[in-house]
Design a binder for this molecule. Structure first.
Ligand code: PLP
Length: 423
């Protein structure tokens, strides 16, 4: 749908009325202040609670209450097989086949587990390329993986820097860096959408180019800000591995579980080193007490502990909503919603702020990062006083993410209105 934006409030009402996903908002609890629903623009940080989450968790509590240990095999959703129940929906969100995904642990844990398998440096080939200003947890994990193998992080980690005066990275510069270091890079480890700038990297091009430079370079992505936000085709792109959390765009609760993708081409590769435990072993020989670990094929073979049923139940509630809405539809609305926000912000009289998120829809998801020239914190506090939940990053950035599942065009209009008067 293409729309000519205008600044009058009526357009917001029209867009909401015409929105095919408008009823999905009813499936979520919207936080409120003094009895008034807030404008919640922090779905990139902690997605809202689906009203169905409680009953998904309750079902498991009921089975535990009535069946005790028997719930493993005789519960409504037998816990022994629980991770299977999430595979298909998860695969749809990231563009994978079900064998390639598993839900387990939490994000940084998985990032470390995957680097144990896929960062296998040699004397010649040991470098990791990541983006400048990657999420702190990723920086710590990568730094320590490098040290764990006896390398010096200052030598082994190459950070992709934006050009002077720019905030986003140019794809051509990313490719040039890969080309330049193609004989010494072991791993590309990028955040799919950068948490700070909101830039979506061209993962398809980066993956293909890297593989063309050298088949020995492994490509992995942290999709914390991409899963459930933008279209992904991890299988077709030939990405080696990826991981993401479930509590941002995927609305599965604070500290929620994490998803992992491991490309089919590695599904049967038992030579990859991995940390192992009983849940990754073949299901039917797990208790035979034979020596030797026999991993299940695919991502499930990377599991260690038995499934964490309660957070995974919360995740299933959200996955069911994603299946009903469809990623295609969500992304279509998201582009309109974020484009509208961008239009309203830029059409105001004041110009003492800058949106550092790329204007190109192919290079972003829901989030816009606004750099304030002055009084940023005061403006942010004004927004908060007026019932807006957004995100403040020192020293001068306000991040806002209108989420297509539960945000409205009216939310966007009201946000822009309050923002402009706060300026
Ligand atoms: C949110 C986020 C994390 C958080 O990791 P946890 O292990 O879930 O605490 C890590 N990396 C990125 C890129 C993130 O956006």
């Amino acid at each position: 749908m293409s729309v000519t934006f205008t600044a009058d409030k009526q357009l917001a009402a029209q867009l909401d009325a015409a929105d095919p996903l408008k009823d999905f908002r009813q499936r979520f609890y919207i936080p409120s202040q003094d009895g008034k629903e807030q404008i919640y623009f922090c779905g990139n940080s902690l997605g809202l609670q689906p009203k169905s989450t409680r009953s998904f968790i309750e079902q498991e509590l009921i089975d535990w209450q009535h069946l005790g240990v028997e719930g493993h095999l005789h519960g409504k959703n037998p816990w022994f097989y629980y991770h299977h129940f999430l595979a298909e929906s998860t695969a749809r969100i990231v563009g994978a086949n079900p064998l390639e995904v598993v839900v387990m642990n939490s994000l940084t844990v998985n990032l470390n587990l995957l680097m144990i398998s896929f960062y296998r440096p040699t004397k010649q080939r040991y470098k990791i390329i990541m983006e400048y200003m990657a999420f702190p947890s990723d920086q710590y994990a990568v730094e320590n993986q490098v040290k764990f193998h006896g390398f010096d992080p200052f030598d082994a980690i190459i950070e992709l820097m934006p050009r002077e005066g720019e905030a986003a990275l140019r794809t051509e510069d990313i490719l040039a860096t890969i080309e330049q270091h193609k004989d010494s890079i072991a791993l590309i480890m990028l955040g799919g959408v950068n948490y700070y700038t909101g830039q979506l990297f061209d993962l398809s091009t980066i993956t293909a180019f890297t593989k063309k430079c050298s088949s020995e370079i492994v490509v992995g992505y942290d999709l914390a800000h991409a899963a459930g936000n933008v279209m992904l085709s991890l299988h077709d792109w030939g990405v080696d591995f990826a991981t993401w959390c479930s509590y941002k765009y995927l609305n599965s609760g604070p500290g929620g579980t994490s998803g992992v993708f491991i490309h089919e081409k590695h599904a049967q590769d038992n030579s990859l080193p991995r940390l192992s435990g009983w849940w990754g072993n073949e299901e039917n020989t797990r208790f035979k007490m034979q020596k030797g670990f026999f991993p299940q094929p695919g991502a499930a073979g990377w599991q260690m502990s038995n499934a964490q049923i309660l957070p995974m139940a919360a995740h299933r509630a959200s996955l069911e909503i994603f299946d009903a809405a469809g990623m295609d539809n969500l992304v279509q609305k998201s582009k309109l919603l974020t484009g509208y926000l961008e239009y309203l912000l830029l059409s105001g009289a004041r110009k003492d702020f800058k949106i550092i998120t790329p204007a190109d829809h192919a290079q972003r998801g829901c989030q816009l990062s606004i750099v304030m020239e002055h009084n940023g914190k005061a403006v942010f506090d004004k927004l908060t006083e007026n019932g807006i939940i957004a995100d403040w990053r020192e020293p001068d950035v306000i991040r806002v993410a209108p989420v297509p599942l539960y945000n409205t065009f009216e939310d966007v209009w009201r946000f822009a209105d309050i923002f402009h008067s706060a300026l």
